[in-house]
Design a protein. Sequence first.
Length: 171
Amino acid sequence: MPPVRTLTPGHVVVHPNRERSACRLTKAAVVSVLLASAGLILVVTIGGWSELQGMQLVDLLWSIAYVVLALYIWRWARGLLPIAAVLAVLMLAFAAIATLGLDGTSWFARGSPGYAAPRSLFGGAGLSTGLLGALTVLLIALEAALAAIAMVAFSQRWNVELEVPEAERRG
């Protein structure tokens, strides 16, 4: 159970770092990159469904986790920023393997003769292997940006609280 906060009468709690424009911009950037990453993961997952080797559920859960993280971070949940950064680094590793993999594990290598075309989640033809490879390269860049921006946001100390008189807060 969280401790009960006792305030001095006539005082309010403020978060001065949350009011800075740099912090608001960084928060918006983290949320935007999280949502863009979730969308891109879904596009690659749906477009290359048949070739994901059992990672379909993991990708869907990863996208849901990114959306949930984005919602909480939008509400100034600073503690989730390192989690977002770690998930970004892990997804960056998966995307790098999917892009640079050896022995036919790369999206680009799957465009060679002898490989079946990817099938979509909905049973039709999926996205081309070249497009899936390009989207995966874009995902690498997004995940690197997410990890960096999340750590910058974490260093901005959104959690700092000050107790100030109500009159000073209004002024």
